[in-house]
Design a protein around this ligand. Structure first.
Ligand code: PBG
Length: 325
């Protein structure tokens, strides 16, 4: 008699399908990226990221309270720095009263239990729009690391729970870890962007922060999209240097890397579904070519199925609303 196994049996009703479902999204899977600007009463939409906003500090307060009430318990902070405060060394990044440092305190204050993550990189502060100090047209590694380490300490001092270096300099995790230990921040975790590709999907984010590189590109520090073994090497090195969580970025185009790294390491794995991934779904949905909600869910599920333990996503709020409904 054939077939003995009919796979369709377990797909016959919604309840049966739910019973055998292997992957579930939860609100606690998500990290919400937040863009902060100076000023007050500001909630401005980012043109290339429909329905995503930059907030001034007073409105960030309201926003994080809303996130918390939706079950979203971690945020990743980015700041848009005024041009007049930018220089080659990213000096403003170390200002104890800088926008990032004030944002950390504001979020902490608004929702004390929130996991507050911060972007550690020079690009929003750099007059060249690069993630490091530029000398003779080159982004120099070791001098950049010293500033990143100071920056991480400054964020920890302001109250960050997790610092997230997104720069891809060599050895920066060790420098940051040592600096945090030296200053007594033994419980400040590091989420390393360990396999961050030189991707063309970051365009809308650079619009959001006005942080596009002023010359050249980021290919001397971010990874070549062609490479797989290198992602594992980068990630294992970051764990050796003291990373608590590792990240792969972008998401959908790199799910093979996510699976390999999940199989390889024993720390939590994060995936960043980046701005370009968000923009593509928004644009296609606006044209009526794709079903926004269905495609959003399918892509987030795919990222989790591939091995992500947490997902930084601009869809977090939309998804939390669906999950809570
Ligand atoms: C900056 C940084 C970038 C992103 C996160 N941190 C941009 C870049 O490397 O140029 C991209 C996030 C996104 O596209 O959503 N170091």
């Amino acid at each position: 008699m054939y077939p003995l196994r009919r796979n369709r049996r377990l797909r016959t009703t919604p309840a049966l399908r739910a019973l055998v479902r292997e992957t579930h999204l939860n609100t606690t899977d998500f990290i919400v990226p937040l863009f902060v600007v100076e000023g007050s009463g500001i909630k401005e939409e980012i043109p290339s990221m429909p329905n995503y906003y930059r907030f001034s500090l007073d409105l960030i307060r309201k926003e994080v309270k809303e996130l918390w009430s939706l079950g979203l318990k971690s945020v990743l902070l980015f700041v848009k720095v005024p041009d007049k405060l930018k220089d080659n060394a990213g000096t403003e990044a170390l200002n104890a009263e800088g926008l990032m440092q004030r944002a950390i305190k504001e979020v902490r204050n608004a929702v004390p239990e929130m996991v507050v993550m911060t972007d550690v990189a020079l690009d929003p502060y750099s007059s060249y729009g690069h993630d490091g100090i530029v000398e003779n047209g080159i982004v120099v590694n070791d001098a950049t690391n010293s500033i990143l380490a100071e920056m991480a300490v400054s964020h920890a001092t302001a109250g960050a729970s997790i610092v997230a270096p997104s720069d891809m300099m060599d050895g920066r995790i060790l420098d940051i870890r040592e600096a945090l230990e030296d200053e007594g921040f033994v419980d400040t975790a590091i989420m390393s962007y360990s396999a961050k590709y030189a991707s063309s999907f970051y365009g809308p984010f650079r619009d959001a922060l006005d942080s596009a590189p002023g010359f050249g590109d980021k290919k001397t520090y971010q990874m070549d999209p062609s490479n797989r073994f290198e992602a594992i090497k980068e990630t294992l090195m970051d764990i050796d240097e003291g990373a608590d969580i590792v990240m792969i970025k972008p998401g959908i185009a790199y799910l093979d890397i996510v699976r390999e790294i999940r199989n390889e390491v024993d720390v939590p794995v994060a995936v960043y579904q980046v701005s370009g991934e968000y923009a593509m779904i928004k644009a296609a949905a606006e044209k009526g070519w794709l079903d926004h909600e269905a495609v959003m869910q399918e892509q987030l599920l795919a990222i989790k199925r591939a091995g992500a333990n947490m997902i930084a996503s601009y869809f977090a709020k939309d998804m939390a609303r669906i999950l809570g409904a």
